[in-house]
Design a binder for this molecule. Structure first.
Ligand SMILES: *[C@@H]1O[C@H](CO)[C@@H](O)[C@H](O)[C@H]1NC(C)=O
Ligand SMILES: *[C@@H]1O[C@H](CO)[C@@H](O)[C@H](O)[C@H]1NC(C)=O
Length: 305
């Protein structure tokens, strides 16, 4: 009589174990090996699910950060969200995919990510048995980007000095100048960089460009970790480029040669004209002389008569 309750208890316990093994099976918490990458202001999904899939609607799901002792990013408890011990900065920004819970999908949706959100997030399901993987960590990476701005600073020798500036980047990006064929141009030194009060990076880089077929140049700002690139293009007007000194000298020589040639031609013409005039004058004189001689002869002839 005494053994019945004991064996019944054993029986129920074994039943309970088998039922719980059937429901949670050998499911484990699986996240994502790749970090989740976002730009400040985006909404993101931090992936976490039970594999093989099992209904998680009645499980306790805890999303936390490693540096938090008791507070949560999000707590799902007794079939609903709980704002118990939630970190204030996450208030109103977290939710689960409630239709997906029955498929074991306990991913977290985080809206309007900020530059204080990046880091590791822990997805934790304490009700899994100790032999199962109860938690996983998902990395969140948040960046900030902005469009570069190009301006013409001045001229140097025969080139034009251009400046590219871009602020509001995170993490620190790279900045390059390219020609219209996409070849990286040697810039006037490395980019100048500084961080503002919000930890965002501003970059500035100068380049001196020579006249080309297109006069088109591009400034590229790129952040590989968040896989973002922003480009701005400029077409420098031809007349901004200084006139070449060699060209100027060639022009001056040409002008001087032209002047000399014209002067020589004028000289020759004048000389010729003078020559002709002289000849004519001489001819006139000769005629005059002839006439005078004739007249004299005539006079003397008349006198003789
Ligand atoms: C979980 O649900 C979200 C939202 O529908 C979806 O984007 C994600 O791919 C799901 N994850 C899995 C592992 O099914
Ligand atoms: C521009 O021309 C100068 C002089 O010919 C040369 O030294 C310089 O490298 C050129 N710059 C570029 C960007 O090609």
């Amino acid at each position: 009589m005494k053994t019945f309750p004991t064996s019944a208890a054993w029986c129920f316990w074994i039943l309970y174990i088998s039922v719980s093994l059937k429901t949670t099976g050998s499911s484990e918490v699986v996240g994502s090996a790749d970090p989740v990458v976002a730009i400040a202001g985006d909404d993101v999904i931090l992936p976490c699910s039970l594999k093989p899939s099992v209904n998680a609607e009645d499980m306790l799901v805890k999303w936390t950060r490693s540096y938090l002792k008791t507070e949560n990013v999000h707590l799902y408890l007794d079939g609903r969200d709980s704002d118990e011990e939630q970190v204030p900065s996450y208030k109103g920004r977290t939710s689960m995919f409630y239709d997906e819970l029955k498929n074991g999908n306990v991913s977290l949706k985080l809206t309007r990510v900020t530059l204080s959100d990046p880091g590791s997030y822990k997805c934790y399901i304490p009700s899994l048995t100790t032999s199962q993987v109860k938690e996983t960590t998902v990395q969140l990476f948040v960046g900030a980007v902005s469009q570069p701005v190009i301006s013409i600073v001045g001229t140097k020798d025969l080139g034009v000095v251009l400046k590219c500036e871009s602020g509001g980047w995170y993490p620190e990006p790279g900045m390059e100048w390219l020609d219209s064929a996409g070849t990286i141009l040697p810039a006037d030194g490395p980019p100048e960089r500084h961080r503002d009060s919000e930890d965002l990076y501003t970059l500035r880089r100068h380049v001196t460009v020579n006249k080309t077929d297109t006069n088109r140049f591009t400034c590229r700002v790129q952040q590989l970790e968040i896989n973002h690139l922003r480009e701005t293009e400029i077409t420098v007007p031809d007349d901004v480029f200084p006139k070449s000194l060699a060209g100027l000298i060639v022009g001056l020589i040409a002008a001087a040669v032209a002047v000399a040639v014209i002067a020589a031609l004028v000289g020759v013409y004048m000389r010729r004209k003078q020559h002709i005039e002289e000849k004519e004058r001489r001819k006139e004189f000769e005629e005059l002389g002839k006439w005078a001689v004739l007249s004299c002869v005539r006079v003397s002839y008349i006198q003789d008569i």
